[in-house]
Ligand binder design. Sequence first.
Ligand code: IVH
Length: 663
Amino acid sequence: MDEIRKKMQKLEEKVRHHQYLYYVKNSPEISDMEFDQLFKELQKLEEANPGYSSPNSPTKVVGSDLDNRFEKFTHKIPVLSLENTYNIAELNEWIQKTGIEHKYSIEWKIDGASIVLYYEKGELTKGVTRGTGGVGDDVTENIRTIKNIPLKLKEPLTIYVRGEVYMGFQDFEKLNESFGGKFANPRNLAAGTIKYKNSIQVTKRPLKIFTYDGYIPEGKVSKNSDMLEIMKKNLLPVSEDICFAKGKDIPDVIADFQKKKDALDYPVDGLVIKLDDISLRTKLGTTSHSPRWARAFKFDAIMKETTIINIDFAVGRTGKITPRANVEPIQLAGTTVKYATLHNQDYINELGVGIGAKVKVAKRGEIIPAVEKVIEPGPSGVFQLPQDCPACKTKLVKVDDSVDLFCPNKKCPDREKNSLIFFCQKKQMDIEGLGEKQVALLYDKKFIRSVVDLYDLYKKKDELMELEGFGKKSVEIILKGIEDSKQKDFKVVLPSLGLSEVGHKVTEILIENGFDDIDKIIEQAKSENPMESLLEIHGLGPRTVDSLIKNFTDKDVLKTIEKLKKAGLKFKAQVVKKSDFKPFENQSWCVTGSFENFQPRDKALEIITHYGGKKVSSVSSKTTHLLAGEAGGSKIKKAKELGVQIVNEKEFLEMLKEYGITL
Ligand code: IVH
């Protein structure tokens, strides 16, 4: 049973992680369908093991887009999500249950960012993101810049309106062109733009809105169709394409919508089917995640048929083995696709796929193409991943209960090569002249085995110039690139080492919290109780802390660091000089709630750390002060229990004034 609990916790963490990538980072790494599969797997496990299901499971709350740079706004109505269906059979089951004779609306599911507009007596007062569904980010200033959002309604209505902010394809393409194609798709750009801190920047982005739902606290509207009419009359942009039909006719209406989809100038990722009658809606109610009176019908991504010629493997720098199908080339969403991922053995088994199989390949949301369906299984049966690493023949292992296989050999040539490629790439040390191809060649020709060797390469200048394609000039560029990389700050050096969980964000958090020197980190990892103070740091969870300790007590890692230090790399951050005046010295501050003068509230903590204090993310016996703003939560209770001094905003401002610190 413990195994199941563990599996559920892992799955919860995974779902949350992908929600974060989608809603906060606007940069998803898996397709909607893959996400929904994870989500449904968790739902199933929770149904079968209700005792293990946590009250904050992502199946019970909507995916949060909250971002601590914005002021929070408590929604006046629960802002729920939708349950997704992917095929007509699934949808029909719901229609049968809900009522085939009832009237439903069928409308586009626009692919953008969810927003609630609050109008009081006809005036737009707030524009708020969905957030957690209960509390959202106040992005009013940005919302005001969107041209088709009326700032004033025709009537003095108090109405709460839900809508989707989006960017049209043409507008997106024009804009993306001027940025050298750096944005992945209009959805991510629209969702990212409404979270800009500078609303002047937002005015430069051609955002639009479609509104689809309204709530009038004092009104008695009995049909959603009537509500949409009221909204239209008040200049709120409602889609012209909304159709109404009886339950039994929905499949035909869907077929019509699907024919029109490709001609649309804005992104949609499906349809939404909703009961029209409000009293029926109320009767059916909602779950904490989504209404029972509506369903999303998600469109399949464009899929093309092809044949698997071969299956090979990538051995990543962490040792993870990813099987990859080499397919007969096909044209998909504007590119030629020759490879499609097969993720892992579980995925292969589920599909029942092998070499020679006729398959359908899809590319969703600009993500790596994947084999999605099998039309005819191959003649050689279901493919089995090898037991040994394809690169070094070491026996592959499973780590924890991950579905992936790993090569545990740190000296595996593919792992070494990919670690080197990672170290040199743009997002990391950005070493000029050392792209993927060059690094692979230098590795294959045995010039380099690890990042340490890069810094000895200058000794082999003459031999390098003998290499095919490596003239005098390119060797000079490479050697200069390597030399210049010694000037890169610690905040770049550390994540470039590719240690698990030690990316840019974690490095930044460490530095901000005083771990601005590798020796301090190593010392902490080696200390008697290394977990405690690391866990207090805001933004470091138990998994990260565990990895940090493992990494910085690992002999090989320490040896590499030592050698790189000798080579001249920076292992101390260039910290902005802290004040010599330290009124907060020996104090440990935690923060809760929101503040009028410190937005985001981290600004208050910055002052504290600048003037000698420490910031912590949770209240513990070591915390000396809790800075409590509006609507502070459980931290206040904990602080009271532990006798931690609670300071409100006014008192904090007075404190600063007393110390002569100006904002
Ligand atoms: S109805 C309670 N209608 O899809 C009502 N949502 O995946 C729930 N969306 O959060 C929403 N177009 O951001 C509805 N025509 C539409 C929509 C739509 C896009 C978004 C919305 C929602 C998400 C759920």
